[in-house]
Structures are given as structure tokens and as C-alpha cells.
Design a protein around this ligand. Structure first.
Ligand code: AMP
Ligand code: ZN
Length: 120
């Protein structure tokens, strides 16, 4: 299993820094975002370190699929019972801050704000 000693999400996966886990299996971990942007704000990460969506390879196909399959399940379990939003920020254009692939899972009891593609 590839892991990066300096990567904050690898440290969460290894249990070296705390997180509020909501789902875990052999391939993925999901935990609450530390600065939530919505009533439900979760992050789903592959356990194998990969820096971002642009760095994925064919061998990541199964884990990418699992990340999407897990999203509605954990959103529902956390109280987003009527839908959700997923976001993957990638690279400079996508304004990625943490360079370990992660999918944001956003939800709530009510509708989220409208998403804008670009700032004014
Ligand atoms: P991104 O801009 O997509 O790279 O977002 C990174 C996300 O990781 C942000 O929403 C942060 O709030 C979140 N984050 C950073 N450090 C932690 C942490 N230790 N535990 C949980 N979430 C974190
Ligand atoms: Zn990592």
C-alpha cells in the first residue's frame, strides 16, 4: 500500500492524527471535513496515496468507483436523505489544497447553495 509520510490524509489513514471516521473498508476511508461547508461535509479518500484525480491510473478504476458508491450511503447515514453533491478539486485550476485524492460529499436536510464554476 503506497503511503506518503508527510501527507496529512495518509496520517489520518494511519491513525497518526485524529479524524471522525464515518466509513472504512480495505480500500477507502471516509471522515468528516474539519471545516464543514455544509451541514453534512465528508471526505472520501483512497487508502493508497495518489496525489489527485489527474494522477490516477487504470489501476485506480475500482477504487474510484467505490468512492462514488460509498458517497450516497454515507451521506444518507449522516442525515442527507434526499440527495447530495460530490466535488473533486484537482490541481491548480481546481484549487486543490490537500494533495491526496479526496472527494467531498456535501449534503444537508435542505438544498445546498448553487455552485458557481468561476468567481466573479
Ligand atoms: P481541497 O481544497 O479539495 O484540497 O480540500 C481539502 C479539504 O480538507 C478542506 O475542506 C479541509 O477543510 C479538509 N481538511 C484539511 N485537513 C483536515 C483534517 N485534518 N481533517 C479533516 N479535514 C481536513
Ligand atoms: Zn496521502
Amino acid at each position: 500500500m503506497s503511503t506518503d509520510p508527510a501527507c496529512i490524509f495518509c496520517k489520518i489513514i494511519r491513525g497518526e492524527i485524529p479524524s471522525t471516521k464515518v466509513y472504512e473498508d480495505d480500500d477507502v476511508l471516509a471522515f468528516k471535513d474539519i471545516h464543514p461547508s455544509a451541514p453534512v461535509h465528508l471526505l472520501v479518500v483512497p487508502k493508497r496515496h495518489v496525489s489527485g484525480l489527474s494522477a490516477t491510473a487504470p489501476e485506480d478504476q475500482a477504487v474510484l468507483g467505490k468512492m462514488l458508491l460509498v458517497a450516497p450511503q454515507i451521506a444518507r447515514e449522516q442525515g442527507s436523505v434526499d440527495g447530495l453533491r460530490t466535488i473533486i478539486n484537482d490541481g491548480r485550476v481546481g484549487r486543490q489544497d490537500v494533495f491526496h485524492l479526496h472527494m467531498h460529499v456535501l449534503g444537508g436536510p435542505g438544498p445546498l447553495g448553487r455552485m458557481m464554476a468561476m468567481d466573479e
